[in-house]
Design a protein around this ligand. Structure first.
Ligand SMILES: C[S@@+](CC[C@H](N)C(=O)[O-])C[C@H]1O[C@@H](n2cnc3c(N)ncnc32)[C@H](O)[C@@H]1O
Length: 311
């Protein structure tokens, strides 16, 4: 270890070293990065308290002995624990929005987050979520985890009150911390609820949800990086759609007459459309995904239970 600390002096040296070690260790990515280089850059920049989106200004910077010791520890930890980098530095980002994370919550990477950022950045119309953005006064983020989507929704819909529901006390503690960090405690309310269970009588203009939707076989085959996250955040039953069905069935009771439901479902589109043939799902694509997020209005949802084609 002493040799490594002495041999590697610049940030570029450490970046190269981390990429070599990560590649040799055959790490798996997918928690905000997709390559060894991106993962190494994220880990190193985070550890040095530098902006995570710019390497170039610092590549030739020499690091103090203390900084090198910290990087050495983190690179070893990434390889030996196989925890995703965001857990090691307690931070994850959605388009520059930073969230505290640890093993109590899944690492944020929802396509709904991308869509909300698109509309905040003016790249898309608010109409992606609703035909009448000004009327959005109450939002529910169901299965909130770290609270990331609830917080982004509160920023995007600045007049709205947002409920952030999750069944996990652990996740809600993290959500509460993020809500406080964003100074949104007066508008975002973390609530412990099994789906809509604790929300009887509550109606929303917009319900967003990134529920657990991974199939059991896929969860059982997870690499260590994904096993490091709460199984409760991933497992959506045998075919991945258990919670999506429950959300569709209960949503009509919780939407205002013009309310909209937006749900991320992973790879289940075909299955869902076969099971609910009369529901006119609108599929919201992102730069990275196609057919993984649907939107549907309260009026179209009414009577879902009757229309469902049981398999
Ligand atoms: C895929 S994670 C999404 C977290 C966050 N919204 C995000 O996009 O990063 C799913 C979340 O659903 C929660 N969850 C699982 N079953 C639930 C249930 N029956 N009711 C409410 N939340 C549930 C998990 O605790 C987890 O935080």
């Amino acid at each position: 270890m002493t040799t490594t600390l002495d041999d590697l002096t610049t940030l570029r040296d450490w970046l190269r070293y981390a990429v070599s070690r990560f590649t040799a260790a055959r790490l798996v990515y997918g928690h905000g990065t997709s390559t060894a280089l991106d993962e190494a850059a994220f880990l190193i920049l985070s550890a040095l308290h530098l902006p995570v989106d710019a390497l170039d200004p610092w590549l030739d910077a020499r690091l103090t002995r203390e900084e090198r010791a910290r990087l050495s520890e983190l690179i070893e930890a990434r390889i030996t624990t196989r925890k995703p980098a965001p857990y090691l530095v307690n931070a994850a980002y959605i388009r520059g929005h930073k969230f505290f994370v640890d093993e109590r919550v899944i690492v944020p990477r929802s396509f709904i987050g991308e869509l909300i950022c698109d509309l905040m950045e003016g790249d898309d119309e608010l109409a992606v979520f609703t035909d009448d953005p000004a009327s959005v006064r109450r939002v529910l983020d169901l299965c909130t985890g770290s609270g990331c989507l609830a917080i982004l929704a509160a920023i995007a819909f600045s007049d709205a009150q947002v409920d952030a529901a999750d069944i996990s006390e652990d996740a809600l503690a993290v959500a509460e911390q993020n809500v406080a960090d964003y100074g949104l405690a007066d508008r975002v309310r973390p609530i412990r609820s099994d789906l809509f269970g604790a929300l009887k009588g509550e109606r929303y203009d917009l319900v967003i949800s990134n529920p657990p939707y991974v199939t059991r076989p896929a969860v059982e085959a997870f690499p260590p990086e994904y096993r490091a996250e709460p199984t409760l955040a991933h497992l959506g039953g045998e075919d991945g759609l258990d919670l999506v069905r429950l959300i569709l069935d209960a949503a009509p009771e919780h939407l205002t007459p013009n309310g909209q439901l937006v749900v991320e479902i992973g790879q289940g589109r075909e299955l869902l459309e076969a099971e609910y043939p009369h529901l006119p799902f609108i599929w919201l694509d992102t730069a990275e995904s196609s057919g993984e997020v649907f939107r549907i209005g309260a009026a179209e949802l009414a009577g879902t239970n009757k229309k469902r084609r049981k398999g």
